[in-house]
Design a protein around this ligand. Structure first.
Ligand SMILES: Nc1ncnc2c1ncn2[C@@H]1O[C@H](COP(=O)(O)OP(=O)(O)OP(=O)(O)O)[C@@H](O)[C@H]1O
Length: 251
């Protein structure tokens, strides 16, 4: 049987006053899974991501990466196999560095970062032009522009490319299109889907958009009050409707 990339086993996160914000969660993420993650505000979606990334400690339970127990592995070490894209376009890119410099920096994910002894060769620039062009929002014409001067959509596309520059074993997309206008959001979502499929990435994507959650990915989970209340894949997912999903939001 295929080994999960990440497995959470009875994962519980408890915060001050003993409130459990993840309650004994079990989840196996398999290679190639593209899982959309839904849930009401406060359901525990970001907490799940923080537990996987190591930004929040489990109070009980375990997390494994390819069969190895990583429950106590610090977040910084997990960046060797995990990458995350946030909702806020300001996160994930260095604003004063150019697009090309940001991409160069991203080649060091999981290692000591720095641009010392590293150069933007003509070859690299040509490669960056090629990968940015695939995002479909003219980022390829702005390789010499400081990331801080890009549009929100371009900046999120750059954050996304930086996250996959070194192929992560798991990509965490934390509402990465939510801060964008509807058209830009749809465009980035479409580019995201192509990248995930073409590069055979394993990804978890938090979204509040029911249509996107149904349209993209092979698997869908719904969180409620720190628990997974729905986990469907393939044909079962294909048969779901927005009306079915809305039932999970009437609380
Ligand atoms: N460090 C923390 N300390 C105390 N409570 C926390 C902490 N982090 C999250 N919470 C609480 O845990 C619950 C789950 O929060 P979380 O951010 O994971 O929800 P979410 O599903 O991502 O919500 P949203 O859709 O609003 O982003 C919330 O009630 C939140 O207030």
């Amino acid at each position: 049987m295929t080994e999960p990339v990440i497995a959470l086993n009875d994962a519980t996160v408890t915060v001050a006053n003993q409130t459990k914000i993840l309650k004994g969660l079990n989840l196996e993420i398999f290679p190639g899974d593209f899982i959309t993650v839904l849930g009401t505000n406060g359901a525990g979606k970001s907490t799940l991501f923080n537990a996987i990334s190591g930004d929040l400690e489990l109070s009980s339970g375990t997390i494994s990466y390819q069969g190895k127990n990583i429950t106590n592995l610090p977040a910084v070490k997990r960046t060797a196999f995990l990458a995350r894209v946030f909702q806020d376009p300001k996160m994930g890119t260095a604003p004063r560095m150019t697009v090309a410099e940001n991409l160069l920096l991203a080649e060091k994910r999981g290692f000591h970062r720095g641009l010392k002894n590293r150069h933007l060769t003509a070859e690299k620039l040509a490669y960056y032009r090629e990968i940015t062009a695939k995002m479909g929002n003219n980022l390829e014409d702005r390789l010499e522009t400081a990331a801080g001067s890009l549009s929100g959509g371009q900046r999120q596309a750059l954050s996304f490319l930086m996250a996959i520059q070194v192929k992560p074993e798991l990509l965490l997309l934390d509402e990465h299109t939510a801060a964008l206008d509807p058209k830009t959001s749809a465009q980035l979502m479409d580019a995201t889907n192509h990248q995930v499929v073409d590069n055979q990435l394993t990804a978890l994507m938090i979204t509040h958009n029911l249509a996107d959650a149904l349209k993209y990915g092979n698997r869908l989970i719904v969180l409620h009050a720190g628990e997974i209340v729905l986990d469907v894949k393939n044909q079962d997912k294909d048969q779901l409707t927005e009306e079915d999903l809305l039932e999970y939001f009437v609380h």
